[in-house]
Design a protein. Sequence first.
Lengths: 399, 291
Amino acid sequence: MKIFKYLLLTTALVTVQSAQAKNDDIAHNWTTDAEAAAMQVFVDTFESLGGNWKEVTAGSREDSVLAAKTRVLGGNPPAAVQQLIGGETADWDNNGLSANIDDLVKTQNWAGKLSPSMMKQIKTGPHYSSVPAFLEVVNFLYSNTDVLKSAGVDEVPSTWQAFLDSLDKIKNSGKIPLALGGDSWQLAILYDHVALSVLNGEEYGKVIDGDMATLNSNKMLQVFKRLAFLRDNYLDVGQANRSFPDTLSLVVSGKAGYNFMGGWGAGFFKDKQPNQWACTITPWARESLTLIEGFLFVKGGDKATQALLAKAVLNKNAQQQASALKGNIPVVQGVNMSNLTGCSKVAADSLKTNSSYTHWNAKATDNKTALQDVLADFFANKISAQQGQQQLVKKMGLL
Amino acid sequence: MVKISNKKWGLIALLPALIVGGYFIWGFGAYTAYLSFTDSTFLPSNTWVGLKQYRRLFYDDVFWLSFKNMFIYGSLYLIGCIVFGAILAILLDCIKMGETLFRTIILYPMSVSLIVTGIAWQWFLNPTSGVEKIVRGFGFEGFEFRWIVDSDMSIYVIVLGALWHGIGLIMILFLSGIKSTNPEIWHSARLDGIPAHRVYTGIILPQLRPILLTAVILLAFNVVRSFDIVAALTGGGPGRSSIVPAMYVFDYFFDRSKIAQGAAAAVIMVLTTIIIVAPYLIHEVGRKGDT
């Protein structure tokens, strides 16, 4: 009997080993409610196309990508890794870790499904390597309209000057005008909106790409001056050390008037009545800052799985259902977006009126850390606008 | 049958652990040191660049700040834990009733993970939700306790949280040492008319030198590898003012995908630890030969 048990165990181990060796699993971190529901749509489509879905999950995107990178180095790569398409996928491309899917793009006729600008944005290296799944708009302003009304602000301001006036009124009514946290990425999100009050979308992109002319311009100095003005007048004393959930909660609970945050902030307001809060894309700008979430195909991953995943993700029905569940915008053209509600609808509508530009989170790692480092120093040590601009010029110049 | 002595059995039993430890700890440590001399960024590479990464560290203000922070935090934490731990141990030895209760209370923080410690102290020290708000609520309108959002004081905030967590262990070490001293000492001391505090400082504490050595080593390791409490309490902030070397290494290895620079920082961390701990270790272990 003992021999039988050992045989069974060995067979099981060998089978597991050979399943891993097939490199047909997909690494992702869409494990929380809305994300998991959206992922399930893709899984169902994948399996209806004849595939056998295998996945490996992690709690955060960083963990998932790191685990996948380690597996690649160990010679046992997954078929695909869920990532933000942009600077990080460019790293994979430039280090030769991504699969070349140019022929897949042709045979599946991606050009017929995606817009030309999308086709351009997902090619982050010498060849195509990722399939986009969702489009996210990041530059949201969340307002507690009760706080605004009781301070004498009738509606969410639509110009920068009106915004400043409303901040004064909220300050006089005894509440925190602008809720801001301590993490450097939160500061960078505030930067997005202030930058768009001075720069246009192209200039915004040039700043993060390190274009010296734009960085040295008077407009950039104006951006830092406006940041300094907000920093010195409208924040609260607990700002420097606060996480983003605690910060957004200040707006939800009515202690603060405004918070700038990404689309993922909408979920925090779910217990409030629709007339008590508002989400708007940067009111004083004609730009929507976007991120593309998708799957990077790994070199050495199973090609059949990769083809099926691409087909499932770009399937029109799957796109319609999954995007509504996750609260993001579908990437395939012509998908019915009537199921999008709330802030996701606001985001989708903004793309009809605004031009879209890539958010800093999808830019090269060095560039976004340079921006975040300077902002962290700017806010922590209260340096002047001139010094802030000079530091950013210096850091970008070193790249 | 060949007769194998107990000593040899001991060596044989330890051999697997030695091999595994040697390969994974020392072997990988050597690989990290090797990587620090390459130009690895996103992935390990084999291109030798000599001391380029070390030169980068030399010119990075944040790197020097992280070491300055480690020394401030480390010395305050070490001295604080040992002094307060010893005092508490002596006090616990003196009281007759309630020793178990006090021992449990003082030891309890150690059972809380450093991450939870960091998060709890972060809430506790945030001016809008913690101590400042509570004391102001008692009527002291002008009270301020804003260290945690002050760039100059944020590292001392880490010391507070770490002390709260670490004193219990040191107290227990000293207490067990005190309790294992010869009770005859007390009889002789009473006969000679020596006051209790002189007995402690002059006779008992000096006997606890091996315990002191253990305590210092444990605490020193805690300091060098402290990442979780800093990450949870201040996140390295405000700005980068409370960053410590372990955070710097982690940052460059993972967030910034600059493996070689992170490796160089890690090598310097290890060298610093060896330079500080080794002389003390050698001195103390060497003493064993005397007694």
